[in-house]
Design a protein around this ligand. Sequence first.
Ligand code: AMP
Length: 280
Amino acid sequence: MILFKKAMALSMHLDNARKKNQTIGFVPTMGALHQGHLALIEACKKEADICVCSIFVNPAQFNNPTDFKLYPSTIDKDIEVLLKGGCDALFLPAREEMYPPGFKAKQYDLGYLEALWEGQFRPGHFQGVCQAVDRLLGIVEPTSLYMGQKDYQQCLVIKKLLALTDREAVSLKIIPTIREESGLAMSSRNLRLTEEQRSKAVALYSTLGFLKSSLPVKSITGLEKEGAALLQRSGFNVDYVAIADADNLQPALEVNNKKLVALIAATIGDVRLIDNMPLN
Ligand code: AMP
């Protein structure tokens, strides 16, 4: 694996690969890597000739400064994980490399996606995500881009970003959520949970399971309320428990024949977690 700290060096390296007609798969991350990230790398390695990962904790996407400050960093371990996972190139830029002096943040027209769910509770978050991913895509120019279904809404935002920036040729691959044995979705933020919080956090998964199994027999609004109550009973502060159209994330009013997804965002202690589950 080659470690790149400079955008120009990585870009030149990948130009050479492209000249040899090699395909480039890209896995952007914020580090503190776990099995979920590894699933993306595995998929990338299967499909692309070269697997590029990036680690950058992007300040622009944190609406909460404490969350940014406390975001876990395990870079030495991450490098070991990437070596074992077979990553070919790691991009590890400093903040100034991502956002050089004079860098002008664009405003991306994400439409209603920005006002819903995560957009509503984390104002500016998706603009920040787009800012970093747009910059990374400009450097890596991948053939395929690997993202986790764990961040369901982010996947839709990135799809929109690819369209907005004329990158429809980049193939977006969405990889299913990897979970702990308990059902808790793997997340870098799990490192911040105490043992007690970690065992309570299983309620996220059991609530999603409850929503899925009860969907055929209960009303959507009733289920959302019951889901929120279940989480509160486990000690969560709930931002939302929502059932939405799986294609566009608009709130679902009735089941009909539509594909639906349940979405949850809730905080335990001071750790905010999200999870989701396709329902039908
Ligand atoms: P992050 O480092 O949290 O920004 O995540 C980097 C990428 O890994 C994103 O595309 C996430 O959706 C994905 N990811 C994070 N957790 C998981 C998981 N448990 N299963 C699958 N993908 C994940």
